[in-house]
Design a protein around this ligand. Structure first.
Ligand SMILES: Cc1cc2nc3c(=O)[nH]c(=O)nc-3n(C[C@H](O)[C@H](O)[C@H](O)COP(=O)(O)OP(=O)(O)OC[C@H]3O[C@@H](n4cnc5c(N)ncnc54)[C@H](O)[C@@H]3O)c2cc1C
Length: 494
């Protein structure tokens, strides 16, 4: 790799999460002079490590989906493929105030496929989770005319129209809260599973439609991680950026970006800003502190008010979803048998449990168990807002001791064994996330489409990252690579 000589940046990347880091790396490898600006004091965004009693853990993303192969291809490029590890195949559980059962296989978004009625083993597994009442709801779905629920937009309305409150509360809501931090009533099923309505018409039931979608789903729904944690990928990318001579400005918050003509730019000394050439359009990027930047090309990995770009500031369901992740290191040999598999989702009713999900990290990842040692366990709990749409996680305002007590109570209920905050807990780590609203949130898809259309019609401007490309690294990585190739088309084949 060769270092670029210094000079005016040709390409400004906004946001130093994995999307911004990959964009900067890809462009810099093609000889482009890149400036990466990041609001916080560290790179990595939602891939972030935390110290937990001498262990280093992931407190943000802890895995990647193998779907599409883009993340594995990146790891191969980084020479990190050898470190890829699988989770233990222990399955997860769903727990309510009164019940605890393994999460049945064969569904989508928690909605059971029709095997739950046709196959004895599948039926027993689903019955353990939703009981007679829930099975009756599945039978109702099979008897209803296919057009029932056809006008439902949100996932809750669809599941209630065809199945009922038990399937919704015990299977579907736990999954949507765990994956998207949103209730089924906040999610547009037409965005989540675009073919669902058509399959219901074809197969006559929601469970039949789910089974058909599962049959046709591309293989590779599996997840993997990197031995030692996902934060190692960010560390490696940071090292590459340094080698490539990418200029990085931490603690630099971008406020807005607008297209400007070179002739509009003040140039009291007679020079043109940013090495600009007359006749070209440039981007003027306003920072919270300091002089604005003027560059020919920008890529934003955050939702940015950009005057002149239709939709880039459109509000539709845009408020981020808050979540606090709490990690506990506990001395608890009673967990050595991994009583609830790799983790637990929370179903309804759950008045006695405040968390929305728990990952038994040392059960899921053998490398983390080896690092923690025998009898020691890492548990990761996540907390959403008190009510849908709330701006803060329900743990907001709790001090570390209060949070530890709450997390231990919840962990005990979810794992079916008492965990004492005084005697068992060795260390606690916490982090609050503000997760961009997913495209499937009601009203959001239209706003994102507008933003995409606006970016397409603007020269030298691209959007990438989780807020526009979707939740998870399997969507983010190919999205940002595509965006860089579109911005630098002459190099796309390099
Ligand atoms: C708790 C948690 C668990 C997750 N688990 C998984 C998982 O297991 N598997 C998976 O695939 N995905 C997971 N994800 C999602 C995954 O982490 C994200 O999809 C991905 O990391 C997003 O990368 P990004 O670069 O698009 O966004 P981000 O990582 O959010 O990066 C955006 C960056 O922009 C910076 N920024 C924001 N505003 C400004 C501004 N005005 N000016 C300058 N900089 C700014 C931010 O500080 C941030 O560093 C998880 C996310 C969370 C929160």
């Amino acid at each position: 790799m060769t270092r670029r000589p210094s000079g005016q940046p040709e390409f400004l990347v906004i946001g130093g999460g994995i999307a911004g880091m990959l964009a900067a790396r890809r462009a810099a490898r093609r000889g482009v002079r890149v400036l990466l600006v990041e609001a916080t004091d560290q790179l990595g965004g939602m891939i972030r490590s935390a110290q937990l009693g001498g262990l280093t853990i992931d407190i943000g993303a802890e895995a990647f989906a193998t779907r599409g192969g883009a993340f594995a291809a990146l790891l191969e490029e980084l020479g990190m493929l050898d470190g890829v590890v699988e989770p233990r195949a222990l399955g997860s559980w769903v727990v309510t105030d009164e019940t605890a059962a393994p999460m049945p296989a064969g569904g989508m978004l928690g909605i059971p496929g029709e095997a739950a009625l046709l196959d004895d083993e599948a039926r027993a597994a689903v019955h353990a989770a939703i009981g007679d009442e829930g099975i009756a709801e599945l039978e109702r779905d099979r008897e209803l005319a296919p057009e029932i629920g056809a006008d439902a937009v949100d996932l809750e309305a669809l599941v209630l129209a065809r199945m009922g409150p038990v399937v919704l509360g015990r299977l579907v809501a736990p999954v949507t809260r765990g994956v998207y931090s949103l209730d089924p009533a906040e999610l547009d099923h037409r965005v989540l599973l675009p073919a669902l309505a058509e399959r219901i018409r074809e197969h006559g039931s929601l469970a039949g439609a789910v089974a058909a979608l599962r049959r046709n789903a591309p293989p590779g729904a599996a997840v993997r991680t990197v031995d030692g944690g996902m934060h190692l990928v960010v560390a490696r990318l940071g090292h590459d950026l340094e080698e490539l001579g990418v200029e990085i400005r931490l603690g630099t918050r971008v406020v807005s970006a607008a297209e400007v003509s070179v002739s509009d730019l003040p140039a009291p000394d007679g020079s043109t800003a940013g090495g600009a050439t007359a006749g070209r359009e440039y981007w003027r990027v306003v920072l919270e502190h300091g002089e604005p930047l003027v560059v020919p090309r920008i890529l934003s990995t955050i939702e940015l008010p950009a005057p002149g770009l239709a939709g880039a500031s459109a509000p539709g369901g845009a408020a981020p979803v808050p979540a606090e992740v709490v990690a506990l290191l506990v001395r608890a040999p009673q967990l050595d048998q991994y009583p609830r598999g790799t983790g637990v989702l929370v179903g309804e009713p759950s008045t006695s449990i405040r968390a929305k999900a728990l990952t038994h990290v040392t059960a899921k990842w053998a490398w983390q168990q080896a690092a923690a040692g025998e009898g020691m366990h890492v548990l990761r709990l996540s907390y959403g807002p008190e009510r849908p749409g709330g701006a803060e996680p329900l743990t907001h305002g709790l001090d570390d001791d209060q949070l530890k007590a709450l997390a231990c109570t919840d962990a005990g209920r979810l794992l079916g064994t008492a965990i004492s905050d005084d005697d068992d807990v060795v260390a606690v780590a916490r982090h609050v996330w503000r997760i961009p609203a997913p495209a499937a949130r009601l009203g959001r898809a239209e706003a994102l489409k507008e933003a995409r259309d606006g970016a397409k019609s603007a020269e030298g401007f691209a959007l990438a990252g989780t807020w526009i490309d979707g939740t998870g690294l399997a969507s983010v990585v190919p999205g940002v690579l595509r965006a860089v190739d579109e911005l630098f088309p002459e190099d796309a084949q390099a």
